[in-house]
Write a protein that binds this ligand. Structure first.
Ligand code: 13P
Length: 272
């Protein structure tokens, strides 16, 4: 129970044919809402925060909070740096005790992306932390900044898999934030990767996908699914009036409802 390596969660998900929810947190209310949901449904989860969010939610404060919540939890919780862009930030997360880090070199040419990922795999191995990489590109930045979605090339995925990563985020037409129109996910790419990689497949951009899309990608091998915007919108909507403590209680509950819905959809309920 408590703080675990993401690797063990992905292995269980792979063996069981379900997906681990990786939930983004911005503050204490998010952290408590996510962990409450996981405990109530007896589900293993991942708590994550992206580098681009750190100006608002500093790692030096959020990291210890996330780790403390994981250690106190009665279900397995991995603590993950999402979209790590710089070695200094990845190093800080590892030093704090994060059990996994993402090395997002998706804006780089594939050779440079692989080189950067290899550096992070070597760094993370000193902490026995897991590593996630990205091939192709998830559309829009985690913070809503513009970035065009790019479909992952199979060859690049196989090359990246050889770096020793534990998880691979693949661009299949998915994007962060709200989709303007229902996304067309490239299931054909997943069909060709499913069962062929050492690394577990990761889907970013969970907000706005239909139940059927979640079920299909899980049946095609997705083992970690990221959700952020749905959580943040639920918290924002739950805050009304000037009673801060009432807002804290309603925020935690609103986040918990969103996370429970995803845990059920991902098939991870009762897997703790
Ligand atoms: P959404 O904001 O679309 O849920 O995406 C979350 C995500 O992929 C974080 O990396």
């Amino acid at each position: 129970m408590a703080l675990v390596n993401m690797r063990s969660l992905l292995k269980d998900a792979q063996n069981g044919g379900w997906a681990v929810g990786s939930f983004s947190v911005a503050n204490m209310e998010c952290v408590r809402g996510v962990v409450n949901a996981a405990e109530e449904l007896r589900a293993p989860i991942i708590l994550q925060i992206a580098e681009v969010r750190l100006p608002h939610s500093p790692l030096a404060l959020m990291g210890p909070l996330m780790l403390a919540a994981a250690k106190r939890a009665t279900v397995p919780v991995a603590v993950h740096l999402d979209h790590g862009k710089t070695i200094s930030c990845i190093q800080e997360a590892l030093s704090l005790g994060f059990t996994s880090v993402m090395c997002d070199g998706s804006e780089l040419p594939i050779e440079e992306n692989i080189k950067l990922t290899e550096e992070v795999v070597s760094l993370a191995s000193k902490y026995d932390a897991a590593v996630e990489a990205e091939v192709g590109r998830v559309g829009r930045g985690e913070d809503g900044s513009e970035a065009e979605a790019q479909i992952a090339s199979l060859d690049d995925c196989f090359r990246m898999d050889k770096t020793g990563i534990d998880a691979l985020a693949v661009g299949i037409g998915n994007a962060h934030g709200l989709y303007a129109a229902a996304p067309h996910l490239r299931y054909d790419v997943l069909e060709k990767l499913n069962g062929k990689l050492r690394a577990a497949l990761v889907l970013h951009g969970g907000t706005g996908l239909s139940d059927e899309q979640f079920q299909t990608v899980i049946s095609l091998g997705m083992r970690k699914i990221n959700v952020a915007t749905d959580i943040f919108m639920a918290q924002a909507a739950a805050c009304q009036g000037s009673d801060i403590y009432r807002n804290i209680v309603s925020s935690v509950d609103a986040v918990s409802q969103v996370v429970k819905r995803h845990i059920r959809l991902f098939g991870s309920e009762g897997k703790a």
